[in-house]
Ligand binder design. Structure first.
Ligand SMILES: Cc1cc2nc3c(=O)[nH]c(=O)nc-3n(C[C@H](O)[C@H](O)[C@H](O)COP(=O)(O)O)c2cc1C
Length: 195
């Protein structure tokens, strides 16, 4: 069975929703999926200052296991997601990525399928730069970057070829369909690479 790790950071839930849909798409393709959130690093005062953030920590964190660097080694295919933070991925995801040095050093991430996803609060405020910044890591790992492209009707509808992205808040039906398509595509390509 193809193994897919969907690993993300989310403060207020939008990236979590995208991750859930990517995971569902990979599962529908027959993959075994680990949906994992990276460790929250923000101080409790910062979290408490934002009701949506606090609620996400209290209600969603207990339902999703924390990501371990072993999840990257386990997986045949990896999806990494983060909110856009000043046009870049959040530090929480970067901190997780920065623990992958030993895996990178032994070539354990080379030739795995890998795909990025993100969310932002504005239409032109950094979706693409964040997706591409996450993908920069995949190049260093020697992974095979899996873009969403315009590879399905759903993907073409959202017009996010680098990886699914969404505006803050509940996902549209079109975004859900494209996120599922990205998960399915990741699983399909990961299976071929692992074969
Ligand atoms: C410190 C910080 C920086 C942000 N920078 C951007 C940005 O550059 N562009 C943008 O459109 N939204 C920006 N946002 C908004 C988030 O990207 C957006 O709300 C995202 O949907 C949150 O995802 P989440 O609900 O998974 O946490 C920023 C938010 C924070 C807290």
């Amino acid at each position: 069975m193809t193994k897919i790790a969907v690993i993300y950071y989310s403060a207020t839930g939008t990236v979590h929703e995208l991750a859930t849909q990517i995971a569902a798409g990979a599962e529908a393709e027959g993959a075994e999926v680990r949906l994992r959130r990276v460790k929250e690093l923000a101080p409790a005062e910062a979290i408490a200052s934002n009701a949506g953030w606090q609620q996400h920590v209290e209600e969603v964190h207990p339902k999703v296991a924390e990501a371990s660097i072993d999840d990257l080694e386990w997986a045949d295919g990896i999806a990494l997601g983060s909110p856009t933070r000043f046009g870049l991925p959040a530090a929480q995801l970067k901190q997780f990525i920065d623990q992958a040095g030993p895996l990178w050093g032994k070539g354990a991430l080379a030739s795995k399928a890998a795909t990025p996803f993100t969310s932002a609060s504005t239409t032109h405020g950094g979706h693409e730069s964040t997706a591409l910044a996450i993908a920069n890591t995949f190049y260093h790992w020697g992974s095979i970057v899996v873009p969403l492209g315009y590879t399905s009707e759903a993907a073409a509808g959202t017009g996010t070829p680098y990886g699914i992205s969404a505006l803050t808040g509940p996902l549209s039906d079109e975004t859900i369909a494209a996120a599922k398509a990205q998960g399915a595509r990741l699983a399909t390509i990961a299976a071929k690479l692992a074969a």
